[in-house]
Design a protein around this ligand. Structure first.
Ligand code: NDP
Length: 330
């Protein structure tokens, strides 16, 4: 057996975790020969529910699941973590401004960043899912100087998956044939799903889907607002598909990226090859050698249409950062 991997999960009694934890424990995320320990973080509010989650995990008899611990103190739960999946966050309430949400969740991510710094393995990989995830990731990494800032991610893989599906449906092909899709920028309605560099069956997507009007005026806003539409229909935000995309994100980091392809993840922008300003967590096309690290793929075509929208998302992230300047050391 390989040495166990310790995975800490916040918001562990929430809806996304309710799908994700069982995937991790089954071996379908880290590999069918990889034993795992799950450390579940909750709060006073969710203590009972968390005990219920742990009971269900035990009852599954997963052979790779070596231990399930629950707790409400992030300094205990994050101890020795190889991975931290930060899912728990306060949802936006009626009449709440974006700045209020940033401030409230910011406080959670300051504390969790500090806890990771103190007790997680210095190599710990952190994926922030709780919204506003890009800026929450920036806050967390700002408080964890012992960890490489490149180990922090915010999730945009769900947006990439949504974009791949819609391109495949329009082209009338199976979504496995859609590759090279990147989401640029913020996980918000300013995100830029890139059809310019996307490929379908190895050809440029724009040669397969020649309806430019659809690409610009239907596809793009549909991906940007799909999360909101789903909330309207379901009465809650996407949970199962988000869990799948977190699993995809982890697999993207622990397996080598197929030659010529890339995946989306929001990472610290410092030194990026696309002229996006340093000091924000921005989604880029990335590749991995399969060791948990990544590099930003340079050289994608950025035409005026993309550039203008990428800039808007950059500006939104700068403004979010401005709202929480006191939490990111500025
Ligand atoms: P849930 O509503 O199920 O809540 C998850 C956890 O968040 C709860 O178990 C709770 O954890 C914590 N929480 C809930 N309310 C509060 C509160 N008022 N104050 C502090 N913490 C609270 O959410 P989901 O699992 O559906 O979603 C979790 C996050 O993921 C949300 O922020 C959502 O916006 C985001 N998301 C991100 C996506 C992405 O692509 N990046 C896609 C979909 C969702 P506890 O009480 O145990 O601390």
């Amino acid at each position: 057996w390989k040495p166990t991997v310790t995975v800490a999960v916040s918001g562990a009694a929430g809806q996304i975790s309710n799908h994700l934890l069982f995937k991790i424990a089954s071996g379908s995320v880290f590999g069918h020969d990889q034993p795992v320990v799950l450390r579940l973080l909750g709060s006073e509010r969710s203590r009972q529910a968390l005990e219920g989650v742990a009971m269900e995990l035990e009852d599954c008899l997963f052979p790779l699941l070596r231990e399930v611990d629950i707790g409400i103190d992030c300094r205990k739960v994050f101890a020795g973590a190889d991975w931290a999946l930060l899912i728990g966050a306060k949802p936006r309430g009626p009449g709440m401004e974006r700045g209020d949400l940033l401030e409230m969740n910011g406080a959670i991510f300051v504390d969790q960043g500090k806890a990771l710094n103190e007790v997680a393995k210095p190599t710990c990989k952190v994926i922030v899912v709780g919204n506003p995830c890009n800026t929450n990731a920036l806050i967390a990494l700002s408080h964890a100087p012992n960890l490489d800032p490149r180990n922090f991610h915010a999730l945009t893989k769900l947006d990439e998956n949504r974009a791949k599906c819609q391109l495949a449906l329009k082209a009338g092909v199976f979504y496995e044939t859609v590759s090279n899709v990147v989401i640029w920028g913020n996980h918000s309605t300013t995100q830029v799903p890139d059809f310019v560099n996307a490929k379908i069956d190895g050809k440029k997507a724009t040669e397969v889907i020649t309806d430019q009007d659809w690409l610009e005026n239907d596809f793009t806003p549909a991906i940007q607002t799909r999360g909101g539409l789903l909330i309207k229909k379901w009465g809650r935000s996407s949970a199962a598909s988000t869990a799948v995309s977190i699993a995809d994100h982890i697999r993207n980091l622990v397996n080598p990226t197929p030659e010529g392809d890339w995946f989306s993840t929001a990472v610290l922008s410092n030194g990026n090859p696309y002229g996006i300003q340093d000091g924000i967590v921005y989604s880029f096309p990335c590749r991995s050698k399969g060791d948990g690290s990544y590099e930003i793929v340079p050289g994608l075509e950025v035409n005026d249409w993309l550039r203008e929208r990428m800039k808007k998302s950059e500006e939104e992230l700068t403004s979010e950062k401005g709202c929480v300047g006191h939490l990111v050391g500025e």
